[in-house]
Design a binder for this molecule. Structure first.
Ligand code: GSH
Length: 226
């Protein structure tokens, strides 16, 4: 049996979406972020980094227990062992290249910059009021000099790609890259730098029945509102 160790308001939501699309049975074990927005210590017992998502499975042959972290790895695992062809269409040519690139780009390149932006915004907001104005100025300056120019390059890249495609690989159904890219696309929209095609892409995915069910099951998720 597949178990998803799901932290509220996290990358784990994309795995619930994939599982709902695949229609395979699974259980959700829920974890609640602490007041510092970190994962609770119980997640450390499941995997040493204590971050979500984590998948545990008795294995496709029912013999072996596996524990797998990293949303990209989990998406690939589920598509390899639990898809009967669905969402695996990008196997050759440019579709394969685009799917390969964006499957890795999501966590390898764009998410780290989006998280930097989030941290630079949150630190001043959560600091004592006496130093808040100072930190706001310092973090705002660093963010505008270092983070925002990078983010602009990313939002342009994503927008340019999506202006030519319905889903990342170019087919009419999502592939692994979409299950990874939905969250960065949502975050670009949340910070108001998503282009029109990126916004349409987010809406296209949010309108899918499986996405809606995944949201209901996952609970609190900051990027569900558009
Ligand atoms: N690259 C990893 C990142 C995992 C990660 O950082 N997860 C966040 C949730 S979005 C987390 O668990 N944060 C809580 C913490 O760091 O304590 C993946 O894609 O799974």
């Amino acid at each position: 049996m597949i178990i998803i160790h799901h932290l509220n308001n996290s990358r784990s939501q994309r795995i619930l979406w994939l599982l709902e699309e695949l229609g395979v049975p699974y259980e959700i074990k829920k974890y609640q972020r602490t007041s510092e927005q970190l994962a609770p210590p119980e997640l450390l017992k499941v995997f040493p980094l204590g971050k979500s998502p984590i998948l545990t499975d008795t294995g496709v042959d029912g013999k072996e227990n596996i524990t797998l972290a990293e949303s990209g790895a989990i998406v690939e695992y589920l598509l390899k062992f639990y898809s009967t062809g669905k969402f695996n269409s990008a196997q050759s040519g440019q579709e394969y290249i685009d799917n390969l690139y964006f499957t890795h780009y999501a966590e390898g390149s764009i998410m780290p910059v989006l998280i930097q932006k989030l941290i630079f915004t949150l630190i001043p907001q959560r600091s004592p009021w006496l130093v808040r104005w100072l930190l706001n100025g310092v973090f705002g300056k660093v963010s505008s000099l270092l983070v925002e120019p990078e983010l602009k390059k990313h939002s342009d890249l994503v927008e340019s790609h999506l202006s030519r495609k319905t889903f990342i690989a170019g087919g009419s159904e999502p592939t692994s890259a979409d299950f990874l890219m939905i969250m960065p696309a949502e975050m670009l929209e949340a910070i108001n730098i998503a282009g029109p095609s990126t916004k349409e892409y987010v809406k296209r995915i949010h309108d899918r029945p499986a996405f809606k069910v995944a949201l209901q099951k996952g609970g609190e998720y900051a990027f569900s509102g558009f």
